[in-house]
Design a protein around this ligand. Sequence first.
Ligand SMILES: NC(=O)c1ccc[n+]([C@@H]2O[C@H](COP(=O)([O-])OP(=O)(O)OC[C@H]3O[C@@H](n4cnc5c(N)ncnc54)[C@H](O)[C@@H]3O)[C@@H](O)[C@H]2O)c1
Length: 255
Amino acid sequence: MFSLQGKVAVVTGAGSGIGEAIARAYADAGAKIVILERNKEAGDAVAASLTEASSATCIECDVADEASVKAAAQIALDANDGYIDILVNNAGIGHVGTILTTGGADLDRMYGVNVRGVMFVTQAFLPAMVARKKGVIVNMASIGGIVAVRDRFAYTATKFAVVGMTKCIALDHADDGIRCNCICPGRVETPFVQARLAEYPDPVKAREDMASTQALKRMGQPVEIAAAALYLASDEAAFVTGSSLIIDGGWTAGK
Ligand SMILES: NC(=O)c1ccc[n+]([C@@H]2O[C@H](COP(=O)([O-])OP(=O)(O)OC[C@H]3O[C@@H](n4cnc5c(N)ncnc54)[C@H](O)[C@@H]3O)[C@@H](O)[C@H]2O)c1
């Protein structure tokens, strides 16, 4: 079930957290992994730890920088006979603030990585997928792309954009044999969340509050998101495109 044997998968931001878990799940399913990471050291460490399961490399890349993305994509495509099968736009950053405490520079920074990053990386790899009439894209949105998340003005704005971009790519390129979906996780225990918690005056209470937002009263684990990413990338999801797969421990089930 859910084999990716012989496939080539690019995962952005796989040096940590959810991206790392996705790279691991894909490698275990037989895929060759190319990590695009701003933090080369972290990406290299993950790639090295995957090589027993599958071949994996890391290319240094800032997804917010179009030139950096183009250069990294060229290296990735050249190393894989000009094609990839799967692209996971996972790299993302967070920010705490309401509309009154978010500055223009904060919003620009968030858009740079979370929105422009998804656009640049997709633009760099999609033409090679279209040429083969085959390809799967998985974008990492958030529950903040489905409902408002308190005190996350800029983050929520960017993740609604990711859900929108996902639907546009799915619609515009369905005839090209491309499927594009996104995943909307609730709180998942990763370094990303640890960093957000540290921004609160009382991180211990903030952690309890974060866990209690979910009906299941706990945060998710990266492997629980990776399982969904594996499904969406697999042939078993052949009829799934343009969708937003919510994995939130019941956050949006109701209050
Ligand atoms: N952790 C959560 O609770 C949660 C919930 C919903 C959605 N998400 C989303 O999941 C994705 C991964 O989150 P995570 O919690 O694993 O984060 P993380 O901070 O643990 O890992 C993110 C990785 O992305 C890399 N990265 C950041 N900016 C980059 C850039 N400009 N170019 C290339 N690489 C870059 C970082 O170096 C890091 O290795 C993000 O898009 C995030 O918004 C996370």
